[in-house]
Ligand binder design. Structure first.
Ligand SMILES: Nc1ncnc2c1ncn2[C@@H]1O[C@H](COP(=O)(O)OP(=O)(O)O)[C@@H](O)[C@H]1O
Ligand SMILES: [Mg+2]
Length: 385
C-alpha cells in the first residue's frame, strides 16, 4: 500500500485518552481525524471535528467511519472483533482484527506466547467444573483472572489455597478464566513495539513500571532503570511476540521480572499503553507518532530517548486529597518544577480510580527526574515511591 500522506483522514475507534493523544499526534502531522465513540464529549471527541456518536458495533456508525476515514485504528482492546472486520472490508484497519482478538483473550494470548517460545507464568485454563477439579496444586497460591475483559486489576482474585478456588471462580462469573501461579516479582517492565505492514519494526526503550492496587502508578525510563542485558532480552521477546502475530501497529508487551532474575511475559495490549506515555516528552518519536506512522504506512524511525523520565499517573483520587469535595490539584505549583510536562485528558468529573491525566518529568538523569517526581507526589498528596 502507498503511504497515506498528511491531508488524508485517519479514524479511531474509541474516544478515551488514548484516542485523544492519537488524534493530537495525527493532527500535528497534518492529518484530519475522525473518532467513533458512544459517549458525547469524550476526551478524543473534544479534539476531533464531528465525532461519530454511536455504539462500537452499530453498523451505520461504522459505515460512516469507513466512508470518512482512509484507514482506521483502535484505542482499546475490547472493541468487538466483528466491528473491525466490518471496517476492514472497506479500509485498512491496524492492528488487524485477528491480532486484537488474541489480545482480548488471555487463553489465546498465552497460547501465542507458548507458540513463540517466550517464557510465561505456569497456568491452567479453568472453563468448567472438571478444569477446576483438575487444577495442579503447584499453581497455588495463584491469581485467577477472567479470560476476557479484565483491566487495571479488575476481573482478578488471589487464591491462597485449593479450598478458595471454587468460591473465587464463582465470584468471577463463573466465566472462563486462567489460573496463574503467583510469582515473586522483583519489578515489572514493558516494551512498546511498532511494526509496519512491511515487517519493519522499532521499539521504545524498556520502561520499568510500578502498579498500585492493580493500576499503573508510575513508570521510569533512562539509564539505570533496567539492567542492559535484561533490556535486550525483553526487547527481543517483544519483537518475537509482535512478529508472530504479523502485527501492524503499536503493541505493548508487559513483563514480570522475578526475584531470582528470571523473567516472564505477562500480557499484551494492541495499542499505545499508559506505560509508554513518557515517550511524549522524553523521546523524539512518541508512541502516538508511531501509531500514526504505522496506520498511514509511513516510514518508522527508531525512537531516541533524549531524557531520563518518570511518569506519574494522575488518578481522580488526587482531586480528593483535601476531603470529600473534589478540588483542582495545585497544578501551578507542580508546573513550577523543572522538567514537568502535564497532560490532562479533558475529563470533567474526577472519580477515584479514574485516569484523569499523567505528569512526565524529564531530566538529564533518572535520579534527577525521580527527585522532581517525588516533590510533585508530595504536592499532590500521592503516596511516596
Ligand atoms: N502471576 C502473577 N504473579 C504476581 N503478580 C501478578 C501476577 N499476575 C498479575 N500480577 C499483578 O497484578 C497486576 C495486574 O495483572 P495483569 O495480568 O497485568 O492484569 P490487567 O489486565 O489488569 O493489567 C500486574 O501488573 C501485577 O502487578
Ligand atoms: Mg497488565
Amino acid at each position: 500500500m502507498k503511504p497515506l500522506l498528511p491531508g488524508a483522514t485517519l479514524g479511531v475507534l474509541g474516544g478515551g485518552q488514548l484516542g485523544r493523544m492519537f488524534a493530537q499526534a495525527a493532527q500535528r502531522l497534518g492529518y484530519t481525524t475522525v473518532v467513533l465513540e458512544p459517549e458525547p464529549n469524550a476526551p478524543a471527541a473534544q479534539v476531533s471535528p464531528s465525532p461519530i456518536v454511536s455504539a462500537y458495533d452499530d453498523a451505520s456508525g461504522l459505515a460512516e467511519l469507513a466512508k470518512r476515514a482512509q484507514a482506521v485504528t483502535t484505542e482499546f482492546e475490547n472493541v468487538p472483533a466483528a466491528a473491525l472486520k466490518q471496517l476492514a472490508a472497506h479500509v485498512p484497519v491496524r492492528p488487524q482484527a485477528d491480532a486484537v482478538a488474541i489480545a482480548q483473550d488471555r487463553r489465546r494470548e498465552k497460547a501465542h506466547f507458548t507458540a513463540c517460545q517466550v517464557p510465561l507464568a505456569p497456568y491452567a485454563v479453568i472453563a468448567s467444573e472438571a478444569d477446576l477439579a483438575a487444577v495442579s496444586p503447584t499453581l497455588l497460591p495463584g491469581i485467577l483472572k477472567t479470560a476476557r475483559l479484565g483491566y487495571d486489576g479488575k476481573g482478578q482474585r488471589r487464591v491462597a489455597h485449593a479450598g478458595e478456588l471454587a468460591a473465587a471462580w464463582a465470584a468471577l462469573g463463573p466465566a472462563p478464566c486462567v489460573l496463574e501461579q503467583l510469582l515473586p516479582l522483583d519489578f515489572e517492565c514493558s516494551v512498546i513495539v511498532a511494526r509496519g505492514a512491511d515487517g519493519q519494526a522499532v521499539h521504545l526503550p524498556v520502561q520499568r513500571n510500578l502498579h498500585r492496587e492493580g493500576i499503573l502508578a508510575l513508570t521510569e525510563v533512562g539509564p539505570g532503570a533496567v539492567p542492559e542485558a535484561l533490556s535486550e532480552a525483553l526487547v527481543a521477546a517483544a519483537h518475537t511476540v509482535a512478529q508472530g502475530l504479523d502485527y501492524v501497529g503499536v503493541l505493548c508487551v508487559e513483563f514480570f521480572v522475578l526475584r531470582d532474575g528470571r523473567w516472564v511475559v505477562n500480557e499484551i495490549a494492541p495499542r499505545p499503553h499508559n506505560s509508554g506515555h513518557y515517550s511524549m516528552d522524553a523521546c523524539d518519536v512518541s508512541q502516538f507518532d508511531l501509531q500514526v506512522r504505522t496506520l498511514a504506512g509511513l516510514p518508522l524511525t527508531a525512537p531516541r530517548l533524549h531524557s531520563a523520565a518518570v511518569m506519574l499517573n494522575l488518578l481522580g483520587d488526587l482531586w480528593f486529597a483535601q476531603g470529600e469535595t473534589a478540588q483542582t490539584p495545585p497544578w501551578a505549583d507542580v508546573l513550577a518544577l523543572p522538567g514537568a510536562h502535564l497532560h490532562l485528558y479533558g475529563k470533567h468529573e474526577a472519580r477515584r480510580g479514574r485516569k484523569m491525566g499523567h505528569l512526565n518529568f524529564t531530566a538529564p538523569t533518572l535520579a534527577a527526574a525521580r527527585a522532581q517526581a517525588q516533590t510533585a507526589a508530595r504536592l499532590l498528596g500521592m503516596a511516596p515511591f
